[in-house]
Design a binder for this molecule. Structure first.
Ligand code: GLN
Length: 178
């Protein structure tokens, strides 16, 4: 696991009580509508919203980015998010033809070397509100990485490459919040 390789003491969080033990959280890829349902069924959605509001660092990748978005387009009926990021995200924004692809992104905040980004049925950020900040943009203008205080979101999956600069940035947020 990337966080352990970077020296962090990483543990899985499934239950509300486990949330009390961590200083930050990574919400991985998956299926955001299922994550939403399970997080509400298991009672972790509300405590998580409270921690996010209190400034806990969170890094969401792909479906995790959707969970952090204040607004989602093409959500399933009744789908909710945790929110926190002042962005509008569209689920499955790259359609069926192009649902998985890889590209290199220039992200000056992370240094000179481009970030190799792997997209899998990925969302795209269609609007970035005043509180949030775009870190990476595709040539067509769609935003695919955002930051807002201690919240970080990418539409792609850095954990599928050996470039851990996003995870390192998340851990910097955790260290700064401690
Ligand atoms: N399409 C998924 C969703 O809507 C996200 C895919 C992913 O996390 N790789 O939640």
């Amino acid at each position: 696991m990337v966080l352990r390789e970077l020296g962090a003491d990483a543990v899985p969080v499934r239950r509300p009580t486990e949330l009390d033990d961590v200083a930050g959280l990574v919400i991985p890829g998956g299926e955001s509508s299922v994550m939403d349902k399970l997080s509400r069924t298991f009672g972790i959605a509300e405590p998580l919203k409270a921690r996010i509001a209190a400034g806990m660092p969170v890094y969401g990748t792909c479906a995790g980015l959707i969970m952090l978005a204040d607004t989602v387009r093409d959500a399933i009926e009744g789908q909710q998010t945790l929110g926190g990021l002042d962005v509008v995200v569209r689920r499955n924004a790259f359609g069926n033809q192009n649902d998985s692809f890889e590209t290199d992104l220039d992200i000056p905040e992370l240094g000179e070397k481009p970030v190799h980004a792997v997209f899998i049925r990925a969302p795209a950020v269609e609007e970035v509100g005043p509180a949030a900040h775009a870190l990476a943009t595709l040539p067509d203008g769609r935003v695919v990485a955002v930051e807002q205080g201690a919240l970080l979101g990418t539409a792609f999956h850095p954990e599928m490459t050996d470039d851990y600069r996003f995870h390192a940035r998340f851990l910097e947020h955790v260290a700064a919040a401690a």
